[in-house]
Design a protein around this ligand. Structure first.
Ligand SMILES: [Zn+2]
Ligand SMILES: [Zn+2]
Length: 718
């Protein structure tokens, strides 16, 4: 936004509404590069209308009181600046500036006690709100008044949290009651729908339905609700990521205002790298719920070339085993100490709610990443996920080689190099041979030599030393990655890619809303189409819809498989069974792991003579290592036997849980009362979250220990 230096260049606005608020005005940045404020000019006789409008903002109903004021008489100044005042007043939200609530104190700057008789004097209504604006009736133009907002048009306290009104879950102020107090869920639903661009009518309808569930049908309430949704829409439409012209200052402001959303922040300086860790309250709840005794994954280094700082997303696998983002970390630092800092902050945040929370494994996708912080902080095994390397190879093959037969063969040969970690052939020889054989594919070989040859040994070593994650996990992470890409690289914002404030805004509004609504739809069933789309958003799920009879394997040479599609066409999957199988469908040709590959591989894993997936080989390797551990007939053998038996028991239970026919049997043998939580009836990865009661969403601290106890009990069963 441009900074205007002369007040004469600012238009006078006179909105047609009877009362109007800051959301109805256009704001100008006025001042100098060093110091500027958001200002608007309105006629002096509309000042009351503005104050009334500003007080009845649906999100934060309040009153404004005059905190400070000065005036001078006309004709007393000989020379004056164009913005000199005739009347000067600071209006402050009546829920502040003092904070008599939790953690609040009396402001030292107060020289006198305010007469609180006319204001909400109950202690809980003084919540440290910082919302205030300054009004200047201009000396040179007494008919207009300049409204100045110091970059803050939000009712938040000094730590940046919303401190009153229906958005504040602790608010018990008189103003809060003007709008029926509604739970976070309905509020969040409306916000998510607006962020996702759904029609206002649709949002209103769903919002009113939601409210009516709490307070029945009431025309007045509906009318209020309708107005609220409209206002909310306006606020969202006019909100901007650009809190300051300078990106760094803007991010700093965002951090100051959104202390509940950030879990770690380190500003960029000479000695420290920029790190911003973001996690909403809802995301925290999902991380606790789905991460506990299950897996979490990192989609690391997203946008390393296009964005100012790449994004690392921490994912959990939800009840549909879809990847759900539960935290974002924006940084370019991959140094051990920096990773440790944000990981520790993240874990501390989770543990502050649930001290028994722990994960069973952490999936990484970058062989160059530091694994020590994960092991040290999360104290769990690190698994490697092949999706990223598979994707970049496939994309480059399709892009750089034109002939499909060559494409298939290159991918198969690269697969063979990776599979060489299980012995048989020497990977260095295999790579030299590969480069020789495809030397005519100059574009691809050039890419391979530059991007992979120098580090392939390191990648192969990591794949060999770490357990490998499944195809389903790969598909789920890839689906998330695609969604992130689609949201961020939307053409209209290409110029913003270098701004961190834009990235933060995009993640916390659109992307967050999209996942929030997916989960909400899945759990409540109130958005049937959203739910269907969400469930079908992974290749694994789509693969499960293909009947076995549609797959024909080349039983003789095991070179390919054919998958018939409903449209009457068919797709050929080359190198079936391998993680490096190649399908000729359009989705696969974009580098994605398609449903045909997944389906064919699932079938191949149960057939003799076909390739088996890397993750399955990795599992077998671990088991044979276990068997080969030399142990004498001693006490340590007893311990090992006990441990192995424990692992076996746990695995049995997981497999039983996985089997849809077995779930009912398992459940009936459990002493716990299982809630009627919807769970998928399809094969898939085990999930400890099956065990979590659906009321875990509740954030009430009072009941938290009880829930922990339940989960602990279950953890002993698993
Ligand atoms: Zn306020
Ligand atoms: Zn395909």
């Amino acid at each position: 936004m441009e900074i205007i230096e002369s007040i004469h260049d600012i238009p006078v606005q006179d909105p047609p509404e009877e009362d109007f608020s800051s959301a109805d005005l256009g704001w100008t940045k006025y001042g100098t590069d060093e110091h500027h404020d958001d200002v608007a000019l309105i006629p002096y006789d509309r000042l009351e209308s503005f104050i009334i409008g500003e007080s009845s903002c649906a999100e934060c109903p309040t009153r404004f009181h005059i905190e400070r004021g000065r005036a001078r008489k006309e004709g007393t100044l000989k020379t004056y600046k164009s913005d000199e005042y005739l009347l000067f007043r600071v209006y402050w939200c009546s829920f502040g500036p003092e904070n008599y609530g939790e953690g609040g104190g009396i402001l030292y700057s107060r020289r006198y006690r305010l007469n609180t008789r006319n204001r909400a004097a109950r202690p809980q209504s003084m919540r440290g709100c910082t919302c205030h604006f300054t009004v200047k009736r201009l000396y040179a133009r007494p008919s207009v008044v300049l409204i100045i907002y110091n970059n803050r048009r939000q009712h938040v306290n000094s730590s940046g949290s919303i401190c009153h009104g229906p958005l504040d879950r602790d608010a018990i102020g008189p103003g809060a009651k003007k709008v029926p107090y509604n739970c976070d869920e309905i509020q969040q639903q409306a916000m998510s729908m607006i962020y996702l661009g759904m029609s206002e009518e649709n949002v209103k309808q769903k919002y009113i339905e939601g409210i009516q569930r709490y307070c029945g049908s009431d025309a007045k309430v509906s009318n209020h609700a309708s107005q609220f949704v409209h206002k909310l829409g306006m606020i969202i439409k006019r909100s901007t990521h650009e809190l300051d012209l300078d990106d760094q200052a803007s991010v700093r402001l965002w951090v100051a205002r959104n202390s509940k959303l950030k879990f770690f922040y380190q500003d960029a300086s000479e000695n420290s790298a920029f790190i911003l860790g973001i996690q909403s309250e809802w995301q925290l709840q999902q991380m606790i719920r789905f991460g506990n005794q299950s897996l979490i994954a990192a989609d690391s280094t997203f946008g390393i070339k296009k964005l100012k700082y790449p994004v690392c997303t921490i994912l959990v696998f939800d009840s549909q085993q879809h990847a759900l983002p539960v935290a974002w970390v924006i940084t370019r630092s991959f140094a051990k100490e920096d990773i440790s800092k944000w990981m520790k902050a993240l874990l501390d945040r989770v543990r502050s709610v649930d001290s028994s929370w722990r994960i069973s494994g952490f999936l990484v996708d970058d062989a160059a990443a530091e694994f020590d912080p994960i092991r040290d902080i999360f104290s769990c095994p690190v698994l490697f996920c092949l999706w990223r390397v598979r994707r970049s190879w496939l994309r480059n093959i399709v892009k750089k080689c034109t002939n499909i037969e060559v494409q298939r063969e290159i991918f198969k040969r690269l697969g063979r190099i990776v599979y060489s970690i299980w012995g048989g052939i020497d990977s260095v020889d295999a790579m030299e041979e590969f480069i020789q054989d495809f030397v005519d594919q100059t574009a691809f070989i050039e890419y391979f030599k530059v991007s992979w040859v120098p580090k392939i040994e390191m990648w192969l070593t990591v794949m060999k030393t770490l357990p490998l994650a499944s195809q389903e996990a790969s598909g789920a992470i890839e689906s998330y990655h695609l969604k992130l890409k689609q949201k961020l690289y939307d053409d209209s914002h290409l110029s913003a890619l270098q701004r961190v404030d834009w990235l933060v805004h995009k993640l916390t509004t659109e992307l967050h809303s999209s996942y929030w609504l997916d989960r909400h739809a899945d759990e409540t069933g109130s958005f049937q189409n959203v739910k269907e789309e969400y469930i079908a958003s992974t290749s694994w799920y789509r693969a499960l819809q293909i009947p076995d009879t549609d797959v024909i394997l080349d039983d003789k040479d095991h070179l390919f498989a054919k998958v018939a599609s409903q449209k009457g066409t068919s797709h050929v999957v080359w190198n079936p069974g391998s993680e490096f199988s190649f399908c000729d469908c359009a989705w696969s040709m974009k580098g994605n792991l398609c449903k045909h590959v997944m389906k064919v591989n699932t079938i191949c894993h149960n057939r003799q003579g076909f390739e088996v997936s890397m993750s399955f080989l990795s599992y077998k390797q671990i088991l044979s290592d276990l068997l080969q551990k030399p142990i004498d007939d001693s006490f340590s053998l007893d311990l090992s036997t006990a441990l192995t038996q424990h692992v076996l028991d746990r695995m049995k239970r997981l497999v039983e849980l996985n089997d849809s026919k077995g779930i009912a049997n398992v459940v009936s043998t459990l002493p716990l009362k299982w809630t009627a939580k919807k769970r998928r009836n399809l094969n898939g990865m085990p999930s400890s979250n099956l065990a979590l009661p659906s009321n875990l969403k509740s954030r009430s601290k009072k009941v938290a220990p009880k829930k922990n106890r339940k989960r602990k009990r279950l953890s002993r069963l698993m």
